[in-house]
Write a protein that binds this ligand. Structure first.
Ligand code: FES
Length: 323
């Protein structure tokens, strides 16, 4: 029997005779629960579709207690507070704006600090939603890593009107509201093989977070970072770059795709990667950039022998390719 859990949309399998709570926990979900005997109501969910048996009573809609309810067929449930393995609860923070500084290439480094006593929980590679002055939220990758505590960093490209307005407002505001964490292209656990990080433009923010996390956790496998822009002046300042250049086990590659009037490498990111790697097997690949860049890289690397499952990118979730 299939159980669909809203709001996440996750689907789990329930065995006959099993309660919904037992099925969800067996599938690795962290669920709200306490007494497990139908008294505390902590495990309550809303049955939207399907039938369950709770005690001797059959229910086909409304509030049920997942520690008691046994599905009688496929069910759709709304069950708040259920977290998948590695998933962290979303929190809201009124952050101090510590700095909003131009770092070249029309990019601004934004440093935020969560309030004292409120340590944000996130995995390296996740993103946050930042509230604009009109009350709408915009998504930005976190360039910071969890070991940096209350200090969060973002890279904002301010080239269009709304991004320029956002940067100007951050330069004058003392605080800004954020919600986090989001995204499943993260490093909740370190991989057991070499990492290939591929960033276009400010996709670098996510890669900085992954790389700094690997350093902090003593990652032992080789790390390769490829950073691509269209013209050399679009490379912006990354604070730890000079340190990275001297780290054993880390190779850095900067690649320019269009206006190639510099001494460095030219071409597309996947071309550079294919030149450097005769064998892509065993690599864990993380990519960040526009959907066109991410899917172009995926296709080219699959053609060169990579298994598509080796690559992770937020683009796969927010801009799925039409089939
Ligand atoms: S856990 Fe207490 S009612 Fe289900």
């Amino acid at each position: 029997m299939k159980l669909t859990l809203q709001p996440s949309g996750a689907v789990i399998e329930a065995h006959p005779g099993e309660t919904i709570l037992e099925a969800a926990q067996r599938a690795g979900y962290q669920c709200p629960q306490s007494c497990r005997n139908g008294n505390c109501q902590v495990c309550a969910a809303v049955l939207v579709e399907g039938r369950v048996l709770q005690g001797d009573v059959e229910h086909d809609h409304g509030e049920i207690f997942t520690c008691q309810a046994r599905p009688l067929g496929d069910c759709l449930l709304h069950w708040d507070g259920v977290l998948a393995r590695g998933e962290l609860p979303v929190g809201e923070y009124a952050c101090q704006v510590v700095e909003c500084t131009p770092v070249g290439g029309d990019v601004y480094r934004v440093a935020l600090r969560t309030p004292a006593g409120r340590l944000p929980r996130y995995h390296a590679g996740q993103y946050l939603l930042l509230e604009r002055e009109d009350g709408e939220f915009s998504a930005f990758s976190l360039a910071s890593a969890p070991h940096q505590g209350r200090d969060l960093q973002l890279h904002i490209l301010a080239r269009d009107g709304s991004a320029i307005a956002l940067v100007r407002s951050l330069q004058t505001r003392a605080t800004v509201r954020v919600k986090m964490p989001y995204g499943d292209t993260h490093l909740a656990e370190l991989p057991d093989g070499p990492l290939l990080l591929v960033a276009a433009g400010t996709g670098m923010a996510q890669m900085q977070s992954l790389l700094e996390h690997c350093r902090a956790r003593g990652f032992k496998h080789p790390l390769h970072l490829y950073w691509g822009v269209r013209a050399p002046e679009e490379f912006y300042r990354i604070d730890p770059w000079a340190e990275w250049e001297n780290l054993p086990g880390l190779s850095l590659h900067r690649v320019v795709s269009e206006r190639c009037d510099w001494r460095g490498r030219c071409g597309l990111l996947h071309e550079a990667i294919r030149e450097d790697f005769s064998d892509l097997k065993g690599l864990h690949v993380y990519a960040s950039g526009s959907p066109a860049m991410v899917y172009g890289t995926l296709d080219a690397l699959v053609e060169a022998g990579m298994d598509a499952h080796q690559m992770r990118a937020d683009v796969f979730a927010y801009a799925p390719r039409a089939r």
